[in-house]
Design a protein. Structure first.
Length: 258
């Protein structure tokens, strides 16, 4: 009888463990600036103030929706918040006309990125896409939390710069950066020189890379300071593909040995 009771207790504890884990992480939207309803201009930020309780480090992100669909825009990104209780801030902005009727705030696991708690609020927000006529006065909490985020960013940057660095990291980063112009030059040359099926093969990376280039240009004019990041990671792959294709083409063109 005792063994049966222990077995049942063990099974119940396993079933209830996920629910208990979720209960240990909570987020709540405290307020927004400007409060809803509001009309905002181009690049004018909506700040979301969030309180949280967590037994583990988390990242807090806010997702804007309209009509049940997510409305991608510019955002502050999320800093890593320590375990315990505290406040987090997240901002959202648009450079083109947009509407938002719901904001979902999620606490996400730092390692997996999976949401482990969320809260949401109904709003009525409109971005006009035009430059605002005047600079909006911000409340004390926005100024204070902006300063705190700047401090966290500086600390993270200093920690990254002062970390032990492998000898190959800087050369690898330079090669990845230089692969961007080398790839696009190589792509044009390959499409110009190759014919038939070889040209079709050379065009395989052209469309996705053109879309990534357009995204980088848009991000640059939107003011992002990490606009080339996707190109830095994808151009080396596309360049290697073209170099291998070019080498095979040249080898196939060699006359057969007598």
């Amino acid at each position: 009888m005792r063994r049966t009771f222990l077995s049942i207790a063990s099974i119940l504890s396993l079933l209830l463990a996920p629910a208990l884990a979720l209960a240990q992480v909570k987020v709540q939207v405290v307020e927004t600036d400007p409060p809803s309803p509001a009309t905002l201009g181009k690049w004018e930020n909506l700040y979301v103030r969030v309180s949280y309780e967590s037994d583990k480090p988390i990242r807090v992100r806010a997702y804007p929706y309209y009509g049940g669909k997510e409305v991608p825009g510019m955002s502050s990104g999320s800093y890593l918040y320590p375990a315990g209780s505290g406040e987090a801030m997240y901002w959202i902005a648009y450079v083109t006309p947009a509407q938002v009727d719901r904001i979902v705030v999620r606490a996400e696991d730092d390692r997996s990125g999976k949401p482990i708690a969320q809260a949401e609020i109904a709003v009525s927000l409109t971005w006009t896409g035009n430059q605002p006529a005047a600079t909006r006065a911000r409340p004390e909490w926005v100024t204070r939390m902006n300063a705190e985020q700047a401090r966290r960013q500086k600390e993270a940057y200093n920690a990254y710069m002062n970390r032990p660095q492998a000898w190959w990291e800087m050369p690898a980063f330079m090669l990845m950066t230089w692969s961007i112009p080398l790839y696009f030059v190589g792509q044009v040359v390959a499409l110009w020189r190759l014919r038939g099926g070889w040209r079709i093969a050379a065009a395989v990376p052209a469309v996705p890379m053109a879309l990534l280039l357009a995204h980088a240009i848009y991000a640059f004019f939107a003011g992002s300071n990490i606009f080339p990041l996707l190109l830095i990671f994808t151009c080396p792959i596309a360049l290697v593909y073209l170099l291998v294709l070019w080498a095979v083409w040249r080898f196939r063109r060699q006359p057969d040995a007598a």
